[in-house]
Write a protein that binds this ligand. Structure first.
Ligand code: AMP
Length: 221
């Protein structure tokens, strides 16, 4: 499981970890973003419409909705190659739901990697981030610009500035993280599962640290 504030690089690291170790990847943020891009085509349920409105404001989605979404994807947690959670759990309630769900499946969390960086680094990353509408590849206007401005290197899709990466939503998201993350980190620390990963470096260096932590835990073999 990857923990840490929005913008610390969990999504980028999740892609790399998944490519190297092959677990089933579950990102609740990606699920909501897909639902948002489908919302013009299929009318969302009342719960999903409320979730998407919260997401656009930068607020957390309710635990009940997040827990339902994860329960619907419980098969991912029983994957033969393991699972990788990105952006979940975000509250202690979600962490407890996850523990119960995993216990019912006969599985458990092996490690919680906590990515951390100073707030100015995070704000700079979030405000410069651009994401491909089609394949969701992530860029940064200064740190990792695309070859052709506004276009994805991987698939040629249009790049967008996420609504929740606008300054006001960034402020709300960081506040939400500060309000809920402490008990979640403590929960996994108390279980002996937390590993700290300094994430202010470039993505290759951060991946080297994450990879070393995974291997040191005897995982990924
Ligand atoms: P992320 O890409 O993980 O930063 O998620 C984007 C947005 O989706 C968040 O700002 C929340 O509005 C919502 N979201 C994603 N995962 C969760 C979660 N586990 N609990 C509550 N809200 C979530």
């Amino acid at each position: 499981m990857l923990l840490g504030p929005p913008g610390v690089g969990k999504g980028t690291q999740a892609e790399r970890i998944a490519a190297e170790f092959g677990p089933c990847q579950l990102s609740t943020g990606d699920i909501f973003r897909h639902a948002l891009s489908d919302a013009g085509r299929d009318a969302p349920s009342a719960a999903m419409a409320a979730a998407l409105a919260a997401m656009k404001r930068g607020e957390l989605v309710s635990d009940a909705t997040v827990d339902d979404i994860v329960r619907e994807r419980a098969r991912c947690l029983a994957c033969d190659y393991g699972f990788l959670l990105d952006g979940y759990p975000r509250t202690l309630e979600q962490a407890h739901t996850l523990d119960d769900l995993l216990a019912s499946l006969g599985h458990r969390v092996d490690a919680a990697l906590h990515f951390f960086a100073a707030e100015p680094v995070i704000v700079a990353r979030l405000s410069g981030r651009r994401v491909c509408r089609r394949c969701h590849a992530s860029y940064h206007v200064e740190l990792h610009p695309p070859h052709v401005p506004g276009k994805c290197d991987a698939c040629g899709g249009d790049l967008m500035h996420r609504e929740d990466d606008q300054p006001e939503a960034i402020r709300v998201r960081l506040k939400a993280y500060a309000a809920t993350s402490g008990p979640v980190l403590e929960h996994f620390r108390a279980a002996g599962l937390l590993r700290e990963i300094a994430a202010a470096a470039d993505p290759d260096q951060v991946f080297g640290r994450a990879r070393a932590a995974i291997l040191a835990l005897g995982l990924g073999g």
